[in-house]
Every structure is written in structure tokens, then in C-alpha cells.
Design a protein around this ligand. Structure first.
Ligand code: FES
Length: 109
């Protein structure tokens, strides 16, 4: 059972069933992550995911990647509602990874 730790949060580590979606194990009360649509659309659950064994982590789908492209790039930026816990994961809340200026310009035009 993979161990999930939250590096920049007082949220305690949790063990989850292998292959399950990360955000399904995080309740809304006291959550270390922002939660929104839970379907990969809003981007609120974005976080930095550092897998213990990177080859076991599911790659972002094209839909997830299109959402991630709206934020400042980071090689480990993911949507928690799209990540499968298939290895131990260290999670960092991605509040420091704002929307790209180019993405906001597109919506203003
Ligand atoms: S909760 Fe909306 S993208 Fe994950």
C-alpha cells in the first residue's frame, strides 16, 4: 500500500490502496489540497507529485496536460484528481505555481 506524505502541510501521511486515485483519499475537511471538480477540469487540485518510483506513476493524459499547460511549468506538476497512487508519493501543494500570464491574456481578449 503506497504511503502518501504531504511535504509542506501538517496533514499526516496516509496509506492508500494501490492504483486508486489520490484525491479519493483526501477529505474536504482539513485537506492539504484545494478541491474542486474532481474530474480534471478546474485545476484547483494541482500539486507537485514526487514519486518514489517514477516509472510507476501514470503519465498525464492529454486532457490533464492541457489543464497543466495553463500554469507555470514544473516537471512534477499534476492534478491530484488524475494521479493514481501506484508508488509512494510526496505531495507539495502548488500554490506557488500560478496561472501563466499567457493563459490569462487569452481569456481577456
Ligand atoms: S479537482 Fe478540479 S482538476 Fe482536480
Amino acid at each position: 500500500m503506497p504511503l502518501i506524505t504531504f511535504n509542506n502541510s501538517p496533514f499526516p501521511p496516509i496509506r492508500v490502496k494501490e492504483g486508486t486515485i489520490l484525491i479519493d483519499h483526501i477529505g474536504t475537511s482539513g485537506s492539504p489540497l484545494c478541491l474542486g471538480c474532481r474530474t480534471g477540469i478546474c485545476g484547483l487540485c494541482r500539486c507537485i507529485v514526487i514519486p518514489r518510483e517514477p516509472y510507476l506513476l501514470n503519465a498525464p493524459s492529454m486532457d490533464e496536460q492541457s489543464i497543466l499547460n495553463q500554469f507555470d511549468p514544473h516537471p512534477n506538476l499534476r492534478l491530484a484528481c488524475q494521479v493514481k497512487a501506484s508508488t509512494d508519493l510526496a505531495i507539495e501543494v502548488a500554490v506557488l505555481y500560478p496561472i501563466r500570464e499567457s493563459a490569462t491574456q487569452n481569456t481577456r481578449d
